[in-house]
Design a protein around this ligand. Structure first.
Ligand code: GDD
Ligand code: MG
Length: 364
């Protein structure tokens, strides 16, 4: 089976992390975001993956080469000269997507969920129409694409991208299955699948929706990246609790949902959790308190500091008795001195912080 992942963009909303790594390679729960998707696709029988990108893919190419070998799949970079939007890349990859009659998956690269690929495929095959959109429900639908159906029907009546007025709260989760015939609807130019292609397919009664059970999040910005991590860890706690730090064996675990890389070292008297992801080679000092946060590879969190609702980027450090809160994001190699308070700051790579940052701002 085939799949195309819309990798696109520069990930500006996930800066400063994306100043260092392309968004798909940023680790989500200690694994590059795109690897979560590729693993799930492989499990569903996908052997041919197209990555639709509009920047030079060198960094990604070397990492993904390894996945090709590991999973025995073919990964092709489809590189756009100008951004082709969310539909144009399907036309660009026509030779792969239309090489046989079988349907293919399309994924937005920045969404996380319990990918129901097999169930979706069975549903898509059963209804026989051109496309299936995975749907989830959210409280604030205005930043998504909204799906409208008749009650008790999966046939989509209309699709409204980023509605200004409320039309419903069942939204496009950014995961699709299409028959190759969809490519005949798309010209090779910048095109929005949500604004141009879905409304036409809905009008032709060729588009169905499949409801996702379980969690879902677009993790393309820091607040949602943290929220998505919490949802993912909660799901692990139910499905694969052995991957999380056991509260029985680890007295630092507070409230559960704590993922600790085996190479990380945790000091004495720490209180960690709920909802914390700790990366490789991290060193946590004594008496540290961590809650609802992501600590990336090679970070040092010094004694008695407190990190909450924040992301600490690779190779950074947080000084003793310091405090990080309010969706702060430290880029690569950022150093927070001892006894510093940082609230809601986005700190660009290679900075040292020696004065409090009490209000949300970008430090460059
Ligand atoms: N190759 C390529 N080229 N990819 C692109 C381009 C492009 O020009 N533009 C965007 N993408 C990729 C992004 O990298 C992302 O993976 C996906 O397409 C969606 O773009 P976003 O910019 O993240 O869109 P959004 O989050 O505002 O809205 C989309 O996702 C929502 C779910 O998270 C829409 O599909 C909504 O309908 C949907 O609800
Ligand atoms: Mg998005």
């Amino acid at each position: 089976m085939k799949a195309l992942i819309l990798v696109g963009g520069f990930g500006t909303r996930l800066r400063p992390l994306t100043l260092t790594l392309p968004k798909p390679l940023v680790e989500f729960a200690n694994k590059p975001m795109i690897l979560h998707q590729i693993e799930a696709l492989v499990k569903a029988g996908v052997t041919d993956v197209v990555l639709a990108v509009n920047y030079k893919p060198e960094v990604m190419a070397s990492v993904l080469k390894k996945y090709e070998e590991k999973f025995g799949i073919k990964i092709t970079f489809s590189v756009e000269n100008e951004p082709l939007g969310t539909a144009g890349p399907l036309a660009l990859a026509r030779s792969i997507l239309c090489k046989d009659d079988s349907p293919f998956f399309v994924l937005n690269a920045d969404v996380t969920c319990d990918y129901p690929f097999k169930e979706m495929l069975a549903f898509h095959t059963a209804h026989g129409c051109e496309g299936t959109i995975l749907a989830t429900k959210v409280e604030e639908p205005s930043k998504y694409g909204v799906i409208v159906t008749e009650s008790n029907s999966s046939l989509i009546k209309c699709f409204v991208e980023k509605p200004v007025e409320f039309v419903g709260n069942r939204i496009n989760a950014g995961i699709y299955i299409f028959n190759p015939s969809i490519v005949d609807r798309i010209e090779l130019r910048p095109t929005s699948i949500e604004k141009e292609i879905f409304p036409a397919m809905a009008a032709n009664e060729q588009l169905h929706t499949f409801d996702l059970e379980g969690y879902w999040m677009d993790v393309g910005q820091p607040k949602d990246f943290i929220a998505g991590t919490c949802l993912y860890l909660s799901s692990l706690a139910k499905k694969q609790p052995e991957l999380l730090a056991s509260p029985v064996d680890n007295d630092f675990v507070n409230g559960g949902n704590v993922l600790v890389h085996p190479t990380a070292v945790i000091g004495n008297g720490c209180k960690i959790g709920p909802n914390v992801s700790i990366g490789p080679n991290v060193i946590i000092g004594d008496g540290v308190r961590l809650e609802k946060c992501v600590i990336m590879e090679d970070v040092q969190i010094k004694s008695y500091s407190f990190v909450r609702n924040s992301i600490v980027g690779w190779h950074s450090s947080v000084g003793s008795w310091s405090r990080l809160d309010g969706v702060s994001v430290l880029g690569d190699d950022v150093h927070i001195n001892d006894e510093i308070y940082v609230n809601g700051a986005q700190i660009l790579p290679h900075k040292s912080i020696s004065a409090n940052v009490t209000e949300p701002k970008i430090v460059m």
